[in-house]
Design a protein around this ligand. Sequence first.
Ligand code: SF4
Length: 158
Amino acid sequence: MPKRGPFPVTSCDCAACRAACLNSPGWFMPNQIAPLADHLELSLAELFRQKLAVGVTQMPDGGQVHGVMPHKLRDGKKPGTVWSLSELAEPGRCIFFDRGRCTIYKYRPFECARMMHDRPRAAVTLRHRIVPRWTKESLREFAELVGQKLKAAKSAPR
Ligand code: SF4
């Protein structure tokens, strides 16, 4: 259960966690993608095209920044694509959620592993902790895969 720090790793399958799995998958940290690809025995490109997506977050200054998340299963959307804020606002089951369980539990996104339950402000802070990790360099390969520019946060990771 909880480890040190403001965002302890949690482990539960309560209604709030399941709701996130059914509606709003969490974001990965950049250094989580390669281990997940190895675990699934896929190349990074294959993993992205088959299972992941580029998400977007609106920052307090109104700007939008990108990061990588599990694909959400939704009509008309394929894995390996970029999601808009309005698309993300619609529900969609995480591609890794199967029969009530996370199928990549050990490799689940940083954000999923630190579910903030009924603390919406903390959830926003958590996302803002992740966002700066998605630098231009971290996003470069995904930008090439989707064939468009992706927006990195301005601030450097702490
Ligand atoms: S990666 Fe796992 S924990 Fe995260 S939303 Fe998907 S199924 Fe849920």
